[in-house]
Write a protein of this length. Structure first.
Length: 254
C-alpha cells in the first residue's frame, strides 16, 4: 500500500469513532480507490499497521469490523481478502456505527439487568401501576404508527426509578442520548416485521411480570434477555435496512 492515503486524509465524516473504526473506514476507501477485485488479498497486518501508523491490534479490529459487514473474508494462515466491493465510503461508517450500537446495548445489558432486579425488590404499588401504564403507552404508540422511542425510554427509566435509588435513574438520564439513539435504530428495524415487534412487546411484558412478582432473579434474566435479543436483531438486520433508514440512524451513534 502506498502512502497516498492515510488516516490524515480520511473524510471528515469518519473523524469520530474508535481508532479501529477509523482505520476500517480508511481501509474500505483504499479498497475502493484502488479498484481491488473480489478475492484480492490485502497486505499483511504489519504492512497495514505501518501504512496507517497504528498497532497490529488496531488493524485486526478494523478487519473484524469489515468482516462483520461482509466486506472482507479472513483465511487462517493466508490473511484477509476482499469479499464484496463497497458501494460507497458510507459502508465503513455503517460498520463502525453497528459496532457502536452493539457497544451501547452491551452497556445497557448490565444497567437494565441490575435496575430490573432492584425494582423487583423495592417497587411500590404506585410504581407498578406507572409501569403498566408506560407499557400500554408503548403499545398505543406502535399501534398508531409512531416509533415508540420516547415511550420505550420512559418505561426503562421508570424501572430505574423503581429501584428507590436515585443514582440509578440519574445514570440512565446521563446515558439518555446514546440510549435513545440506540432505541431509535432497534425500533426502526423491529417495526419492519410484525413478528419482531411482537417479540419486543413480549420481552417488555416478561420484565414487568417479573418485577410485579417480586422476583429479582427473573427480572434480571428477563432484562438481560431483552438486551441480548436486541443485539441479535441488530446483527440479523439485512443490508437493505442498513443502506436506508437504519444506517442513517445508526451513524448518529458513532
Amino acid at each position: 500500500m502506498d502512502k497516498s492515503q492515510s488516516l490524515s486524509s480520511l473524510d471528515p465524516a469518519f473523524a469520530t469513532g474508535t481508532l479501529g473504526q477509523r482505520v476500517a473506514a480508511a481501509l474500505l476507501r483504499k479498497i475502493q480507490a484502488d479498484g481491488l477485485a473480489v478475492g484480492t488479498r490485502l497486505p499483511s497486518e504489519q504492512a497495514m499497521a505501518t501504512h496507517f501508523q497504528v498497532s497490529r491490534n488496531i488493524v485486526r479490529e478494523a478487519i473484524a469490523l469489515l468482516k462483520q459487514e461482509g466486506m472482507l473474508d479472513t483465511r487462517k494462515g493466508s490473511g484477509a481478502f476482499v469479499s464484496r466491493l463497497p458501494g460507497s465510503t458510507a459502508d465503513a461508517l455503517t460498520a463502525a456505527s453497528i459496532e457502536s450500537l452493539l457497544n451501547v446495548i452491551e452497556v445497557r445489558q448490565g444497567l437494565e439487568g441490575e435496575t430490573a432486579a432492584l425494582a423487583a425488590l423495592r417497587r411500590t404499588p404506585a410504581q407498578l401501576l406507572e409501569l403498566e401504564r408506560a407499557l400500554l403507552r408503548i403499545e398505543t404508540a406502535v399501534a398508531n404508527g409512531q416509533d415508540g422511542v420516547a415511550e420505550d425510554f420512559h418505561f426503562h427509566l421508570l424501572i430505574a426509578r423503581a429501584t428507590g435509588n436515585s443514582a440509578w435513574s440519574r445514570l440512565v438520564e446521563m446515558f439518555a442520548t446514546p440510549i435513545r439513539s440506540a432505541v431509535q435504530v432497534t425500533r426502526a428495524n423491529e417495526a419492519r416485521r410484525a413478528e419482531l415487534a411482537a417479540q419486543v412487546l413480549h420481552e417488555h411484558r416478561q420484565i414487568l411480570a417479573a418485577i410485579t412478582a417480586g422476583s429479582p432473579e427473573n427480572a434480571r434474566a428477563a432484562a438481560i434477555e431483552h438486551m441480548q435479543q436486541a443485539a441479535n436483531r441488530v446483527r440479523q438486520a439485512d443490508r437493505e435496512f442498513w443502506q436506508g433508514d437504519g444506517g442513517a440512524l445508526a451513524r448518529q451513534i458513532v
